[in-house]
Design a protein around this ligand. Structure first.
Ligand code: ADP
Ligand code: MG
Length: 749
């Protein structure tokens, strides 16, 4: 379709932004609105608020300060004036003329010199005057004006989009096909598609502004619902398909029960019992299990997995456990061996990881292939090394967030064999409603109870200057027979290009204002746990943005503050055998202090370790901090998590650190993480195989997500007579189209 204002060059730029057809442009909604019907008066503005105002240009000046050029614009309404400031604003010189009317949107701050406010780095538009054409004036002035995210360059501005979309809406008037059943819309009180699109772009006069800003107008709700409905419908279909496939019907026999009873090292918690019950119920069904097991760090997922695998083995099938790292796979392997020592049946357990030498790999693959190994533990190698199982019955994927979602479907069965059952375990506590809706193709079990005897972990945040106190504290703990981890963000050197580095995004954020020079950033003294009194500054501190690294700090701690202790070093660049040796020695208590990178983040289980020190803690994401902290507090002794911060902590970093100190509840932290990072980052859209949404926002629109899920299930049930055949056909057509275009995941039908 030809869209006025879009030539081949522009079309190319748009395509790069994911806007390929006219419809995409229609679903590219404004990200905010300006109420230019009722503009704010300058004298009612308050410091701290983000406001939109319309005023007249009085004058401007470029101030060349020592640090940077600052562009200052003065605007006014009658006798009131307002200063606007842009740092590095050289590019704005010559843009404004006295007498022009401008719309400004930005944050207001008190000005140091005068009593007036100033607006910092506002977004602006110079409004059209009588010399501009009528259409431009119509779209910009005296109305609720849509503001779009720039689509690139100087050209595809908000103003440009306004015009193009306005014209497009005009040319498709009466011709936008409805894609949802009429009765459904009527029942939910939602407007038809075309009206919704029109009103979301150009809200009619009198639309409540608050509703607009929170995407809660009927038009918005309709479009968000539509997007989520098709997502949920697709998931619903996937799940139905899976249910139709031939799976294995396991028996939960007395034999299996006995096999489990004789190896269980402790009484399972009520939650573990319940979840295991849910898993076994699935396994006894004739169709394949697809279940997600969520449980916060330390909730005891591993034993549930082993129990389930024993059921499969007792039924004469092989069971495989796939872990995200070699360290973890090895740990599971050792744990399984220890556990099954007590078994009277002695199933054969093998470990397959990428770093095994060729001969051993071949040998292990042979054992698996001939059915001589019953319990197979490994890493990605289980998929990558083209392992052929003899009769695989159950696959457990541990710490799912480290795997791409798609990989979990690449199953390792022989052609013609029934689909094995799959249990995915994750320690990322996704809020329940979200998990249910997003992993609609998986059933959900939640371990919501910690094993008994845990004491809460004491978490403290300390500035780098106080690290000597921390080293002292570690010495005392070690003297009591305990062990400690010290985690660094990088392996070696100070560069940010190393594999373990997984900094959260906001550390690259631009600062709006040059940071105020903090007077007296000296160390605070005060009790830590309590630690010893303040000592001399650590010699390991470096100026600038230098990061301490695991390798370097291992040496320094060894030579200085922790001399005499047995210190190990663990990071991703060591070869697998070395990692293994170090990890085992730590596990056996032959190493007191393990200096490491985030390789220890997932799953490592050493109950005697009671101290987790994280240096440059402000650099880590919330989920990561929580996972790291979960490495301690696994036994009954009191455990500590010490977050050492560097010199500059961004506002988001502050929030993360405060949250860590405040709570240990994984779900609460996940909620916050989701809010701070947004759903895309939180789920790692690409990694998780999650769609990018055009209008929906998973944090904001959770209720609509629930609604969409219910309605999708209802639609798929074919039960409602309210839907006509023609409408049904249109929904399927749309589903096919949208899943293929947007998610590229399934062939919907
Ligand atoms: P995660 O869910 O993080 O994988 P693990 O399975 O590693 O947790 O279990 C954490 C620790 O709790 C382990 O040391 C494990 O042996 C112990 N544990 C698990 N279940 C129980 C239980 N029911 N009673 C006592 N200790 C348990
Ligand atoms: Mg685990």
């Amino acid at each position: 379709m030809y869209v006025r204002g879009v030539g081949p060059r522009v079309a190319e730029t748009l395509a790069a932004k994911g806007i390929q057809i006219a419809e995409d442009l229609l679903y590219h909604l404004p990200f905010r609105y300006e109420d230019r019907q009722n503009p704010r008066s300058l004298d009612e503005l308050k410091a701290g608020e983000t406001a939109s105002v319309i005023a007249e240009v009085r004058g401007s000046i470029l101030l060349r300060t020592r640090r940077m050029p600052i562009f200052e614009l003065t605007v006014g309404q009658g006798r009131h004036a307002l200063k606007c400031i842009w740092f590095n604003g050289g590019y704005l010189q010559g843009k404004f003329e006295a007498g022009q009317t401008v719309a400004l949107y930005g944050r207001l701050e008190p000005s140091r010199s005068t009593r007036n406010l100033k607006m910092i780095q506002p977004q602006f538009e110079i409004l059209p005057d009588a010399s501009d054409d009528a259409e431009t004036r119509l779209l910009e002035v005296g109305r609720i004006t849509p503001i779009y995210e720039s689509l690139g360059g100087n050209r595809l501005t908000s103003r440009w989009q306004r015009k193009v979309i306005f014209n497009l809406l005009d040319s498709v008037r009466g011709a936008v096909p409805e894609c949802l059943p009429g009765a459904l819309l009527a029942r939910l009180g939602m407007p038809p598609r075309e009206a919704a699109l029109r009103e979301a772009h150009f809200p009619p006069e009198g639309t409540p502004f608050v509703q607009l800003q929170s995407a809660a107008t009927p038009a918005h709700r309709r479009l968000i619902f539509e997007e989520l409905f098709f997502l949920e419908l697709g998931l619903e279909l996937k799940r139905r398909r899976m249910r139709e496939r031939a799976g294995i019907t396991f028996a939960a026999s007395d034999k299996a029960r006995e096999a489990i009873r004789e190896v269980l090292p402790f009484h399972p918690t009520a939650a573990q019992k319940r979840v295991f019950g849910e898993i076994v119920a699935d396994m006894r069904q004739p169709n394949p299990m697809r279940r997600l097991l969520q449980g916060d760090v330390g909730s005891g997922k591993t034993i549930v997995a082993f129990q389930s695998m024993l059921v499969a083995i007792e039924n004469g099938y092989q069971a495989a456990l796939m872990a995200p790292t070699e360290i973890l796979a090895t740990q599971h392997f050792l744990a399984a061996r220890k556990l099954l020592e007590r078994s009277s049946r002695k199933p054969r357990i093998v470990l397959l990881t990428g770093s095994l030498d060729g001969d051993r790999k071949r040998h292990t693959r042979g054992l698996i292939n001939r059915g001589e190994a019953q319990l197979i533990i490994g890493t990605h190698a289980l998929i990558e090394e083209k392992v052929e199982f003899d009769n695989l019955g159950l696959v457990v994927v541990d710490e799912q967030h480290r795997f791409g979602v798609l990989q979990r479907f690449k199953l390792m069965k022989k052609p013609g064999q029934p689909e094995p059952d799959v249990l995915v375990m994750t320690a990322t506590p996704i809020p329940r409603t979200l998990a249910l809706s997003l992993y609609g193709d998986l059933d959900l079990s939640v371990l919501d109870e910690m094993p008994p005897g845990r004491t809460p972990i004491i978490t403290r945040r300390v500035p780098g200057e106080r690290s000597p106190d921390v080293w002292d504290f570690i010495r005392k703990q070690v003297a009591q027979g305990r062990q400690a981890y010290i985690v660094y963000p990088v392996i070696e050197g100070t560069k940010d290009d190393q594999p373990e580095l997984d900094f959260s995004r906001d550390d690259t954020e631009v600062e709006m204002e040059p940071p105020p020079r903090r007077a007296g950033s000296k160390a605070r003294t005060g009790e830590l746990f309590p630690l010893a009194a303040q000592e001399a500054r650590s010699s390991t501190r470096r100026g600038g943005s230098g990061l301490k690294s695991a390798v370097e700090m291992h040496e320094k701690l060894h030579a200085g503050p922790l001399a005499g202790l047995r210190i190990g070093l663990l990071h991703g660049r060591l070869d697998a055998d070395d990692k293994d040796v170090i990890m085992r020695r730590f596990q056996r208590g032959e190493i007191d202090v393990l200096v490491a990178t985030t390789v220890i983040e997932v799953g490592v289980d050493v109950p005697n370790a009671t101290v987790m020190v994280i240096e440059h803690a402000e650099r880590f994401g919330l989920a990561q901090l929580h996972q790291l902290r979960g490495r301690v507090g696994r036994g009954s002794a009191r455990s500590y998590c010490i977050l050492i911060t560097g010199e500059r902590v961004s506002p988001l970093g502050e929030e993360r650190l405060n949250a860590m100190v405040r709570t240990q509840d994984g779900f609460e932290l996940a909620e916050l993480d989701l809010t701070l990072r947004g759903p895309g980052e939180f789920f790692g859209t690409r990694q998780a195989g999650l769609p990018e949404f055009r209008v929906a926002n998973l944090v904001r629109d959770r209720q609509l997500l629930e609604l969409a899920k219910q309605e999708a299930a209802r639609f798929a049930n074919h039960t409602s007579a309210e839907v006509t055949e023609a409408e049904r056909a249109r929904v399927w057509a749309r589903l096919k189209d949208s899943w293929q275009r947007k998610y590229g995941l399934v062939e919907a039908g």
